[in-house]
Design a protein around this ligand. Structure first.
Ligand SMILES: [Zn+2]
Length: 346
């Protein structure tokens, strides 16, 4: 790192750095900590929620690249960007959204991670009934999963039907639903096979009430001060992880919305229409499918390029065009989910 950059970082003034300067910085050189930030208060809230259930358990937390709970560790990592507003801004510029950026969303994810952590702390996945209800914790993680949006065998908590990804995720999601303050899971899941899992989890939590964890490890994996990659490399990898495999040929679908016929020559171009709607369309499809904004935006970017290559123009009313585009993008996004997409690391 050039000397002037080192001095800016050491001066603890991330606010003065440009995006370019930040991207040149290594993660280990970021002057960050959880203490003294709003993140500390959110962790305290999580501890209160767990304490309110008479559980003697406080998962330890540390900063790393992403949200994750390492194997056999009763604590979890929080992504570094949440520890500084300047990095939240960079995250949004790079990824188009900030996972865990609001207090509400942050607590949702923390409850999920706390589910993994308590599982490890009390070695719950070693129990026979756990295996019967959730499946084997030791199953290898798939590279992708095919969610069934209508399934009632799983709770709904994080986006993209994440409980369906793996037995350990199913348990963590079930814990998160159980833990949430004011959770009305008994009523909400009445008649769902998923209720069996919630009832079992409730029983287990009553059983370990007031007990000290069996696993007291304070191990931190991929702790921020150990990560020597630059933010530029970090974001390059992260984008690659979130990118969809794009289906080969959907020109036909585009031609149902836009037109290349001479009689529409004087209509506005498909490119300008899609560009104007880009942000809103991404947001709506992300809301509906739980898929990462970045992945959807990539699809739209691809769509815009293809429209330019085919020289497509509008042939329907703006409302009708918008509606059809929304449907196409949603269908494409869902089929992307089915052909391999994994939203959250662990
Ligand atoms: Zn998880």
């Amino acid at each position: 790192m050039p000397w002037d950059l080192v001095s800016v970082v050491l001066a603890n003034d991330l606010n003065r750095m440009t995006d370019e300067q930040l991207l040149e910085t290594r993660l280990c050189d970021l002057p960050l900590s959880i203490e003294g930030t709003p993140l500390e208060l959110r962790v305290a809230r999580l501890y209160e929620e767990i304490g309110a259930r008479d559980l003697r358990f406080k998962p330890h937390v540390w900063l790393s690249e992403e949200w994750f709970t390492p194997d056999q560790v009763p604590g979890f990592a929080i992504p570094f960007y949440l520890a500084h507003p300047r990095l939240v801004k960079l995250e949004r510029a790079q990824m188009l959204e900030v996972e865990g950026g609001t207090e509400r969303e942050c607590l949702r994810i923390m409850r999920h991670e706390a589910g993994h952590a308590i599982d490890n702390a009390f070695h719950l996945h070693g129990r026979k009934r756990y295996r019967e209800l959730f499946g084997s914790f030791r199953n290898p993680y798939p590279d992708w999963y095919k969610p069934e949006p209508n399934s009632r065998d799983y709770v709904l908590h994080l986006p993209a039907w994440y409980a369906q990804a793996h037995p350990a995720e199913d348990f963590a999601e079930t814990f998160a639903v159980w833990l949430a303050p004011g959770s009305r899971w008994r009523r909400q899941y009445m008649g769902w096979p998923a209720l069996k899992k919630l009832n079992y989890l409730d029983e287990v939590m009553r059983e370990i009430e007031g007990k000290a964890p069996v696993n007291k490890s304070r191990v931190r994996a991929e702790d921020l001060p150990e990560i020597e990659t630059t933010l530029r490399e970090h974001y390059r990898n992260k984008k690659k992880h979130y990118a969809f495999q794009w289906p080969p040929n959907y020109d036909r679908d585009l031609l149902r919305i836009f037109s290349s016929e001479p009689r529409h020559e004087s209509s506005p171009s498909a490119v300008s229409f899609l560009r104007r709607q880009r942000r809103a369309l991404c947001y709506e499809v992300a809301e509906g499918t739980g898929v990462h904004n970045y992945a959807i935006d990539q699809k739209l970017a691809h769509m815009i390029n293809r429209c330019r290559e085919l020289n497509l123009r509008m042939s329907l009313t703006p409302e009708h065009t918008r509606q059809k585009t929304l449907v196409l993008l949603t269908v494409q996004t869902m089929s992307g989910l089915h052909s391999g997409y994994h939203r959250i690391a662990l």
